[in-house]
Ligand binder design. Structure first.
Ligand SMILES: [Zn+2]
Length: 226
């Protein structure tokens, strides 16, 4: 298959990469319908982050082509939105609401790379969310946004305790008007770049399946703050 590889800063190539295969019973193989270039892809491009023939891409939607024997929430042919961080969504850390720090976590951009024709997604039940039906083509760009920035934004808002009637978090109160603080990083900590938040799965499941609010089972997303 063809896939994007960043050989070195400023050196982006389309290369022939090995077709992904099911390696573990919790894997799924997806054919990418659409994928993004994220702002954080530009860090290695500019030489800010190390890069050495790295498969690129972590915002993605696609069609399930194959599933491992232990995948239970997906079937072949499903349209799925994938999270930019792999998580099993079952471990203690995931259940506490920090899916991006799952014991099985890995960043899709550094190991898998979804700027490609296909991808193997580990822990597919945790990392992929099937849409109720195949979306209209014009909806696909919005679903791509759900792959990373929705989870990131969700966690930022939850961490900031943002809301129409909420009181400012004590960390924010001295320096920020309430109207500002949903859009700002926490003052005493820095975001892990664009990779601040956790689980697309939580955010999307809440929307698509009517799950609970922050703190409900599955928890608020997050874990990228440090
Ligand atoms: Zn986990």
């Amino acid at each position: 298959m063809r896939g994007i590889v960043m050989a070195a800063p400023g050196d982006v190539r389309v290369e022939e990469r090995e077709d992904p295969k099911i390696l573990k019973p919790t894997d799924a193989i997806i054919r990418l319908t659409a994928t993004c270039i994220c702002g954080s892809d530009l860090w290695p491009y500019r030489g800010v982050e190390r890069v050495n023939h790295t498969p690129m891409g972590h915002e993605y939607v696609g069609i399930v082509e194959e599933i491992g024997d232990e995948v239970t929430t997906l079937k072949v042919g499903d349209f799925v939105v994938g999270s930019f961080v792999i998580s099993d969504n079952t471990c203690e850390i995931c259940q506490s609401g920090y899916q991006s720090r799952c014991v099985h976590g890995e960043f899709v951009s550094q190991t898998i790379g979804t700027q490609a024709e296909k991808a193997r997604i580990p822990y597919a039940d945790g990392a992929l969310v099937a849409t109720p039906a195949h979306p209209d083509p014009e909806l696909i760009p919005s679903l791509l946004a759900a792959s990373d920035v929705l989870g990131t934004g969700w966690f930022a808002a939850v961490a900031a305790e943002a809301g129409p009637a909420s009181n400012p978090h004590p960390d924010f109160a001295p320096r920020m008007r309430p109207v500002d603080y949903a859009a700002r990083p926490l003052p005493s900590r820095s975001f892990d770049g664009a990779h601040s938040a956790g689980s697309l799965g939580v955010a999307v499941r809440r929307g698509a399946r009517g799950g609970g609010g922050p703190g409900a089972s599955g928890g608020s997303s997050g874990g990228g703050l440090r």
